[in-house]
Design a protein around this ligand. Structure first.
Ligand code: ZN
Length: 161
């Protein structure tokens, strides 16, 4: 079965940066399962997988920031008062928070702490990076009507509810 829109695809992957450092990997856990063509994966990776089939073969995919997690937007870097994080102890560089209103939530990361000033970055941690994926396609199947309705995969590698 070929990968196309509304197929459930299970992949093992390793993601490395330009220096060959591993950023993320499914190794040691269940493969990642997603519904193809509905924005579940970054555009560059979906494009690379389109039309492919399950196989033992390792695919190497290089993805530009534009096709990955986007270009960095320096306007999303803000200095905030420590007051805004009241009740959260201890504050540490690298901590992540959901910010914004329902439906427009984004992840912000603390990138610097200096006295009472906290610098936060609303860019995706991988924004601006060229991504190097190694992918093995484990399985391709039709999505169930329920999965399409929910917009996510059920069962192994997906939601259990
Ligand atoms: Zn569901």
């Amino acid at each position: 079965m070929q990968i196309s829109t509304k197929k459930v695809v299970s992949i093992d992957y390793t993601l490395k940066d330009d220096d060959g450092e591993t950023i993320d990997s499914s190794e040691g856990s269940t493969p990642l399962a997603y519904i193809h063509g509905i924005g579940g994966l970054i555009p560059g990776l979906e494009k690379a997988l389109e039309g492919k089939q399950a196989s033992q073969e390792k695919l190497s995919v290089k993805i530009s920031p534009e096709e990955g997690y986007g270009i960095r937007d320096e306007r999303l870097v803000q200095s905030m008062d420590k007051e805004a994080f009241k009740g959260i102890e201890p504050l540490e560089v690298g901590m992540q928070f959901q910010a914004g209103h329902e439906g427009h939530e984004s992840l912000i990361t603390i990138t610097e702490i200096e006295g009472d000033k906290i610098t936060v970055d609303g860019n995706h941690p991988l924004a601006g990076m060229t991504l190097h994926f190694e992918v093995i396609i484990r399985d391709v199947r039709d999505a169930t009507p329920e999965e399409l309705d929910h917009g996510h995969v059920h069962g192994e590698g997906g939601h259990h509810h």
